[in-house]
Write a protein that binds this ligand. Structure first.
Ligand SMILES: C[S@@+](CC[C@H](N)C(=O)[O-])C[C@H]1O[C@@H](n2cnc3c(N)ncnc32)[C@H](O)[C@@H]1O
Length: 293
């Protein structure tokens, strides 16, 4: 079961009122969306996006008994201008980005996001796009792999891991999550034996980020959302690793210096110990909030 992260904090910072027009750019399991809908009431309007078709269907189901106007659209938030202009919405009172993947995606064995399950290397949020983890792992050059694993996994063993990947695939294509995880573990060797984190975690993260161009989409989507916000409108962003958080922090600062945004969280809001105990997935979450001037 997916539990929405930092739910109370998000809802209070979105500063919603009845009749508001709100964008949930990442509906996922519809957890935040349901709470938003309750706050904006029957006169409000919720636009929910997700790159993943199954997230849209799940959210439709979750929201079906709540009153209010809801449009759920499968799409990437980087295409926000195009998606919003199709709805007739002129501006937003609030926007939420809860980025990364959902526990539904992680726990869906067939999607190849998690090394917990043996599945074909896929990792696409939007399964109608072409590029998969399989393509990256089997076709990218060693230097590209090493750069990706270093940059997006912040992995210091990136060169050794890339070398092992290339060596393994010369014998036969690397088809599954378990094959890849084993190759990474072997390459990472002794230095990680005592570490609590499986060394494959960082490499999986890196590949997933590239498959979905997650950082590029965040930068583009967030810029567009800010441009649609009404004066006094709030934007909340929950990120799950430092690469994402850095983008949000830098963008907010840039807009603040231009007098476009007022940053409401000098330091990001973190989940309480209680929330982390109840939902360990929340432990790396950081919420940043800004208001349109
Ligand atoms: C952490 S989950 C969101 C959970 C949601 N807030 C809830 O309460 O259930 C992230 C979701 O964002 C979607 N996503 C990630 N990047 C996206 C993008 N660029 N455009 C649209 N959806 C995206 C994923 O498919 C996933 O369903």
């Amino acid at each position: 079961m997916h539990q929405p992260v930092l739910l109370k904090e998000v809802i209070s910072h979105l500063n919603l009122k009845e009749g508001d027009i709100v964008l949930d750019a990442t509906v996922g399991g519809g957890g935040h969306a349901a709470e938003i809908l309750k706050r904006i009431g029957p006169d409000g309007r919720l636009l929910g996006l997700d790159a993943d078709e199954s997230a849209i269907r799940r959210t439709e189901d979750k929201l079906k008994n709540l009153s209010g106007s809801v449009s759920l659209i499968k799409g990437n938030f980087r295409d926000l201008d195009m998606l919003l202009s199709k709805t007739g919405i002129k501006s937003l009172d609030a926007a939420l980005f809860d980025v990364g993947i959902s526990s539904y995606q992680l726990e869906d064995a067939s999607r190849g996001f998690s090394m917990k399950y043996n599945a074909r290397l896929d990792m696409r949020m939007n399964t109608s796009l072409d590029l998969t983890a399989y393509d990256i792992v089997n076709n990218f050059k060693e230097s590209q792999l090493s750069d990706i694993i270093k940059t997006y996994g912040e992995e210091r063993m990136s060169k050794a891991i890339a070398r092992q990947i290339v060596k393994a695939r010369a014998e036969k294509p690397i088809e599954t999550t378990h094959e890849l995880a084993e190759i990474v573990r072997r390459a990472a060797g002794f230095s990680y034996r005592k570490s609590k984190i499986d060394p494959a975690t960082r490499t999986f993260q890196a590949i997933r980020i590239v498959v979905n161009d997650e950082l590029g989409a965040l930068e583009e989507g967030l810029k567009k959302a800010v441009s649609w916000l009404d004066t006094g409108g709030r934007v909340c962003v929950i990120s799950f690793h430092s690469l994402e958080d850095r983008i949000v922090k830098r963008l907010f600062k840039g807009y603040a210096s231009l007098g476009i945004l007022n940053i409401l969280t000098k330091k990001p809001i973190r989940p309480s110990d209680k929330e982390i105990a109840e939902n360990p997935r929340s432990r790396s979450a950081k919420l940043r909030v800004a208001e349109r001037i």
